[in-house]
Design a binder for this molecule. Structure first.
Ligand SMILES: Cc1cc2nc3c(=O)[nH]c(=O)nc-3n(C[C@H](O)[C@H](O)[C@H](O)COP(=O)(O)OP(=O)(O)OC[C@H]3O[C@@H](n4cnc5c(N)ncnc54)[C@H](O)[C@@H]3O)c2cc1C
Length: 394
């Protein structure tokens, strides 16, 4: 009997980052095995606000690198997956007593100019007394700014990355939990459990990628056996879905009195999606659920703007997810960095593991390229970055 194959890369986690990394790696010629303990995108990657965006708000926290990279990704991702990603215009009403108009204009000027925008239309000012976007809002909002970002079917983006990775030769296993990983010199032996049958097996790989999202620290301590790990800050975010609140195809960007912002977005033709929140989270990410306080917060924040208030009884569905942010010591959850961080352990004669923290759906492709740079530092160069000009299937 021949010995089982040794894979170049073993990826833990079938969210956007794990699937994006697997696709990029297999396309460069690495052999890749990915295990997802539930279904693809069953973690944070199906619970996002579903925006392909630069993140206007992050400019206030001087996250220029992240915003620029994310802005540049908008048109690249749109070009490669126009069936699940499309442009969307956002209406940001000026609200007296909150951010001054000059600050919003400055932010939007940067937004329009630092991200290589070619096809998306630029920002403009709206007279809300005349523009249809003013109709569902209270008449006190007389002026607004309209700018561009994008919309994505987040779960489908994950599935298409996995599909493409599999078509190119990667092994993608769902319902397969990594229950242990041990180093044997320069190789990893990864222990897997089929969560439906309970069957176990072992797979060998040269390098381990930990893309377990909110479980990234848990995988490091409980599965890989590395102690003293505390890299991730878990921040819950929730959304409410109500019946269609307005007919306009544009979304709204509302500023709140606490300095946060929420979006109200046309959703699935008959609905409006409102979110999100930011609160530190301590439980199992799979158990995350909207709280009463979050429902009250979202209803109240949207009701500051819409002339017809948003009531609890309007809610038809809610969903929540946990952001796996890199713990940069920020005092408030909303201020913790949204940028990604890749951290390596081993590699000097021992099998390496590279862990991913933070990031956005929007930046998954660039995160994957950064990951591949690190991987190639250990396993040698195989191919060039290729995903910027490669369509996703479907
Ligand atoms: C409320 C909210 C709104 C957001 N809105 C946006 C937005 O509009 N735009 C944007 O760009 N980004 C947004 N984000 C950020 C984005 O959703 C996340 O950064 C991204 O989805 C994280 O992906 P991931 O692959 O790292 O994690 P996940 O999607 O959670 O994937 C990790 C996977 O690892 C699996 N796993 C864990 N442990 C194991 C194990 N032992 N064995 C096998 N598998 C395992 C899990 O089941 C999970 O599927 C938002 C996030 C939140 C929470």
């Amino acid at each position: 009997m021949s010995a089982p194959p040794i894979h170049d890369i073993f990826v833990i986690g079938g969210g956007i980052n794990g699937c994006g990394i697997a696709r990029d790696a297999v396309g460069r010629g690495f052999s890749v095995f990915l295990a997802e303990m539930n279904d693809l995108a069953s973690g944070t990657s199906s619970g996002s606000t579903k925006l392909i965006h630069g993140g206007l708000r992050y400019l206030e926290f001087y996250e220029f690198r992240l915003v620029r990279e994310a802005l540049m990704e908008r048109e690249i991702l749109w070009k490669n997956a126009p069936h699940i990603i499309w442009p969307m215009r956002f209406v940001l009403p000026y609200a007296r007593g909150l951010r001054p108009a000059w600050l919003i204009r400055l932010g939007l000027f940067l937004y329009d100019h630092i991200g290589g925008r070619k096809l998306l239309p630029a920002t403009k000012t709206l007279d809300m007394a005349k523009d249809p976007a003013g109709k569902p809002l209270k008449p006190l909002f007389r002026k607004a700014f309209e700018y561009s970002d994008g919309w994505v079917n987040d779960a489908r983006l994950v599935a298409l990355n996995a599909r493409d990775a599999a078509d190119r030769g990667a092994t993608i296993r769902t319902r397969t939990k990594v229950i242990g990983a041990r180093r044997e010199g320069e190789l990893w032996t990864v222990r897997l459990e089929n969560t439906q049958t309970g069957d176990t097996e072992e797979v060998k790989a040269r390098l381990l990628v930990n893309a377990a999202g909110p479980w990234v620290d848990h995988v490091l301590s409980a599965t890989v056996g590395l102690n003293e790990v505390h890299n991730v800050r878990l921040v819950q975010g929730s959304h409410i879905v109500i019946g269609k609140k307005f007919d306009d195809p544009r979304a709204y960007f509302f500023q709140n009195k606490d300095g946060r912002i929420i979006f109200a977005i046309p959703y699935e033709e008959e609905f409006t999606l409102i979110g999100t929140t930011d609160q530190d989270y301590a439980g199992d990410p799979h158990d995350v659920k909207i709280s009463d306080a979050e429902i009250d917060y979202l209803c109240a924040a949207a009701s500051e703007y819409f002339s017809q208030p948003v009531k609890r009884s309007d809610i038809v569905w809610t969903y929540s997810a946990v952001r796996p942010l890199y713990d940069d010591g920020a005092s408030k959850a909303q201020e913790a960095t949204r940028d990604y961080v890749l951290k390596t352990d081993g590699g000097d004669g021992t099998a390496p593991i590279i862990n991913t923290f933070g990031g956005k759906i929007t930046t998954y492709r660039r995160l994957s390229e950064s990951m591949l740079e690190k991987i190639e530092g250990f396993l040698g160069k195989r191919g060039k970055p290729w995903t910027a000009n490669a369509s996703l299937p479907g």
